[in-house]
Ligand binder design. Structure first.
Ligand code: ADP
Ligand code: MG
Length: 254
């Protein structure tokens, strides 16, 4: 059992506070979906968990299995098994997808076997319906938005993380690709039982990846948590109504 605990963190970027006193605990086998309007800090949350140096924690702690990881570098967190599929995956020329994955796996596992690596890579590329020759191209070089998202999922399958964060993995995907990606994430979930943190705007992704918890974020905080039905309610009513009622509840508490 792995536990990622975000304990009352305040996060700043360029002297602007984005997350305020933010808490969330995610365990193996749990799927948490985070929804919320643009600019509320959803990507910031995933980046600060991954250790992006542009995002500073000024208060609070992030722990992984009770060990504080606030000061660990991105690669150290990756080695612990934390993974981020980014909202906008970057293009890295000159490093092929295959070299990148092989190097990452070799550094993670001293019993790395080239033959099983190639076999698994081929099988996942087939399942994700990706172009076979992309594996020898530079990372995301000339890839469409949807191909980049599939490439993030391919990396997830090979690196086998314990905590999977997917930031708007559905954006840029056509309906067929959305189904492939959604089912692929669920297949990984069934096999490895990771903790999953899913950022999305749309209920349609949650038709494939079924969350145990749905959290609505607004202005750097979780304003409401519920089960999968909360996402359906958002789809029908939008965020404003939720914000209105949660503000009312907060005022009543005061
Ligand atoms: P979301 O993913 O919920 O749409 P983000 O976490 O990307 O929101 O952004 C939250 C806020 O933080 C936005 O106002 C955004 O402009 C700001 N922000 C995020 N990253 C940076 C950055 N590197 N530099 C300056 N402002 C940033
Ligand atoms: Mg975002």
């Amino acid at each position: 059992m792995n536990t990622l605990k975000i304990d009352k963190i305040t996060v700043k970027v360029n002297d602007k506070i984005i997350l305020k006193n933010f808490s969330l605990t995610i365990k193996s086998g749990e799927i948490h979906a985070i929804m919320g309007p643009n600019g509320t800090g959803k990507s910031t949350l995933t980046k600060v968990i991954m250790g992006d140096p542009n995002y500073q924690i000024t208060k609070g702690a992030i722990t992984f299995n009770d060990k504080k990881i606030n000061d660990l570098k991105v690669y150290e967190r990756a080695r612990l098994g934390i993974f981020l599929g980014m909202q906008m995956p970057m293009e890295i020329e000159g490093v092929s997808n295959a070299d990148f994955l092989r190097t990452a796996l070799r550094s993670q596992n001293e019993n790395f076997k080239l033959y099983s690596f190639i076999k698994e890579l081929d099988s996942q590329i087939d399942k994700l319906k990706m172009d076979k020759d992309m594996i020898h191209r530079g990372i995301n070089e000339g890839f469409s938005g949807g191909e980049r998202k599939k490439n993030e999922i391919l990396q997830m399958h090979l690196l086998k993380p314990k905590v999977v964060m997917l930031d708007e993995i559905d954006s840029g995907l056509d309906v067929d690709s959305l189904k492939i990606v959604g089912n692929s994430v669920m297949e990984y979930y069934e096999k490895e039982k990771p903790a999953i943190l899913l950022v999305t705007h749309y209920q349609r992704l949650l038709d494939y990846i079924k969350p145990n918890y749905v959290h609505i974020m607004s202005d750097g905080k979780i304003v409401k948590s519920g089960d999968a039905s909360l996402a359906k309610q958002i789809e029908k009513e939008g965020y404003d109504k939720i914000k209105e009622t949660s503000t009312k509840v907060q005022e009543e508490i005061k």
